[in-house]
Design a protein around this ligand. Structure first.
Ligand code: MF3
Ligand code: CO
Length: 254
């Protein structure tokens, strides 16, 4: 069931979103060659705790996710597990995907960051994944349908020749991390749930430089591009108001 949030609840979503953005800002500053993804996880946990929030990713799912955030390097599309052994090196790209809960509501956002100098093709992949998100966001208007968002994301990313991951989707969000409706990054305009005032959902293109296919590692979480080429991810939590779509997790510096 798709939940419609009250004005009070939307304000709580804004606060949780702000905390999520703050975490990403700290992570962005911390991403450097030589830093482990465990260190990034520690930073996220500290920022969330200091604000009085919690990290709902800890213990989520089956097997229970062991981190506060997901850290996904190069060909890892999403759900990379933070590790002491995963050390960032010059030329890598790393996606940090953060969920923060504050006063019962959640923000969920992801960015793919460059580690030092990266190749032109990785830079383009990051920029165009962001662009695909904003193409989708434009369609997140009252009266439209989720399929309008999905098809806009897909058209943008596939227009660049990239692979759009289909096995994972955006999702409704609120008191829970994953609520109805699903927000796929592919599909047909005019289909899917109607977009209504008070809805909250995440738009999150997961885009492969190569083909769209992914494989799941034995750890039960790490999702890799099957062809081993790099992947990028860009996500914001979006609430629907009379003034149009509003990103609760967006700040210019991230
Ligand atoms: N942030 C991810 C999403 O966008 C989910 C994280 S999975 C978890 O849906 F295991 F880390 F919680
Ligand atoms: Co999400």
């Amino acid at each position: 069931m798709v939940e419609i949030l009250s004005d009070y609840e939307l304000d709580r979503m804004r606060e949780a979103g702000k905390l999520t953005a703050m975490v990403l800002k700290e992570l962005r500053a911390a991403v450097k060659p030589g830093v482990s993804t465990k260190k990034l996880d520690d930073i996220a946990m500290r920022v969330i705790r200091e604000a009085g929030g919690t990290a709902p990713c800890v213990g989520y799912g089956e097997p229970p996710f062991p981190g506060a955030i997901c850290t996904s390097i190069n060909e890892v599309v999403v759900h990379g597990i933070p590790s002491e052994k995963a050390i960032l090196k010059e030329g890598d790209i790393v996606t940090c995907d953060v969920v923060a809960e504050l006063n019962g509501f959640m923000g969920d956002a992801a960015r793919t960051f460059a580690v030092g100098e990266i190749s032109e093709e990785k830079r383009l992949l990051i920029d165009r994944t962001r662009e695909a998100f904003f193409e989708g966001l434009k369609k997140a208007q009252i009266g439209n349908r989720i399929g309008d968002v999905s098809s806009a994301v897909q058209a943008c990313a596939e227009g660049y020749g990239y692979g759009v991951v289909r096995e994972l989707t955006g999702h409704g969000i609120g008191r829970e991390m994953h609520q109805d409706p699903d927000v796929p990054n592919y599909g047909k305009a005019g289909r899917g749930h109607r977009i209504l005032k008070g809805m909250a959902f995440c738009i999150e293109p997961m885009i492969n430089m190569g083909k769209r296919y992914v494989v799941l590692e034995d750890d039960g979480w790490t999702v890799l591009a099957a062809d081993g080429l790099p992947a990028a991810h860009y996500e914001n939590t979006v609430i629907i108001t009379d003034n149009g779509p509003e990103m609760t997790t967006y700040e210019e510096e991230i």
